[in-house]
Design a binder for this molecule. Structure first.
Ligand SMILES: [Fe+2]
Ligand SMILES: [Zn+2]
Length: 405
């Protein structure tokens, strides 16, 4: 049995070198009369045969039989093209025969341009990173009623949220079901230990630091969850008449990229030092003890930022790393926090506004405020997960252009 040593994992370099010797990739060239020839690895074509033994159209999915005993040395014996029908035929060394429509092949062409097109059109739109000083330029406003009634506006909102990580909705009614209705337009809400929706109102003896009127420093919501809520929605029911209660936002992916460029060693430290995030307590009858151990900056397999964890009150005093990693982490983190403040923007929402933002990417906070007897700042919050948002976005895009993939 293989058991990874946690310390070894934490020491892995960010850019793993590819293996030196790679198996020869046998490529099948498909002539395309309309454009540049396409190329596909033979094993990929065999794996993706469209015949009814290999593929189930009603579920749009591959059947598993081939993998009971996959011959990775399977070869093309003969190939041909029906130019009129635009179909490509292959006879295989395992006795199987396959045919592929050209339109299907074009959609899956391995050329760099096509892979890029697929990733930004169908997978996820490309993110555009911003500094606080650009906020007014990138800030997009939508209106509640148009999001409830119009699919193309809904699509535009979710697209903007994916690209910039923030979008503001105006003119929502001062009612308790606004976030539920918006969530239902996307799919469904994400429930957490604080319920479906949570109310941010200054409370003496609060169960969460956010429920105090003191300044709330920049943070991500709920870093102590492995499955972090993806999109935060904050509906302003009543705003503080005091000068405080100003929302603060920073694109922390922008800050991370700036650190990667200017302070690569501290960037590495924040990518590779696991931190213990925790929330212990209760909400109503539910007692909870949440812990998630992960770095502040989380990268994907290609080295791109995918998630930021940061919340001063919810960073545990347990810090389960070797002694020598502690001080460098504090130095790197102090840099990150300073840069996040430097690149933040501030604005004050008004009643009827719904601020929506990417909780994996942005850090948010607010300045302190004073409630009075007649004026109690009251914000309602809820979450939706990115999987549900991206899925809805693809469905909307497909409905808008049904000829597409
Ligand atoms: Fe928050
Ligand atoms: Zn087949």
């Amino acid at each position: 049995m293989f058991q990874a040593d946690r310390r070894d994992v934490a020491c892995l370099p960010i850019n793993l070198a590819p293996p030196k010797e790679q198996a020869p990739s046998r490529l099948v060239r498909v002539p395309d009369p309309d454009r540049q020839d396409m190329q596909f690895p033979d094993i990929w074509l065999r794996d993706n045969c469209r015949c009814e033994e290999c593929y189930l159209p009603q579920t749009l999915s591959r059947l598993p039989q081939l993998w009971n005993n996959l011959d990775t040395n399977v070869r093309v014996l003969r190939q041909s093209v029906d130019v009129d029908q635009e179909v490509f035929f292959i006879e295989w060394s395992d006795g199987h025969a396959s045919q592929y429509p050209f339109s299907w092949l074009r959609e899956r062409d391995f050329s760099p341009e096509n892979r890029e097109r697929y990733l930004s059109d169908s997978y996820r739109p490309e993110k555009k990173l911003w500094s606080g000083r650009d906020f007014e330029r990138i800030r997009k406003v939508f209106y509640y009623e148009e999001l409830i009634t119009c699919d193309s506006k809904l699509q535009e909102w979710l697209h903007n949220l994916a690209v910039y990580g923030v979008a503001l909705i105006k003119e929502a009614p001062i009612e308790m079901d606004v976030l539920r209705k918006l969530s239902n337009r996307i799919g469904f809400m994400r429930r957490t230990t604080y319920g479906d929706e949570f109310s941010v109102r200054a409370q003496p003896g609060a169960s969460n630091y956010a429920y105090l009127a003191a300044p709330l420093p920049l943070h991500t919501d709920m870093p102590y969850f492995e499955y972090l809520p993806g999109v935060t929605m904050l509906h302003t029911l009543e705003q503080s008449e005091s000068p405080g209660g100003v929302n603060l936002l920073t694109d922390a992916f922008f800050v991370a990229e700036l650190m990667r460029e200017r302070y690569p060693e501290q960037f590495r430290v924040l990518c590779q030092t696991p931190v213990d995030w925790a929330d212990i307590g209760s909400d109503g009858d539910l007692k909870f003890h949440n812990i998630w151990r992960a770095p502040v900056i989380n990268l994907d397999a290609e080295g791109r930022c995918v998630r930021i964890n940061h919340s001063i009150p919810q960073r545990d005093s347990h810090f389960s790393v070797p002694l020598e990693q502690v001080r460098p982490w504090y130095e790197a983190m102090a840099r990150f926090v300073g840069m996040a403040q430097e690149h933040s923007c501030g604005f004050k929402t008004t009643p009827g506004d719904v601020l929506t933002f990417d909780n994996l990417r942005l850090v948010h906070g607010r300045t302190g405020y004073d409630d009075t007897d007649r004026n109690v700042r009251h914000i309602l919050g809820a979450f939706v997960d990115w999987d549900i948002v991206y899925s809805r976005l693809r469905v909307l895009r497909h409905a808008a252009s049904p000829g597409g993939p």
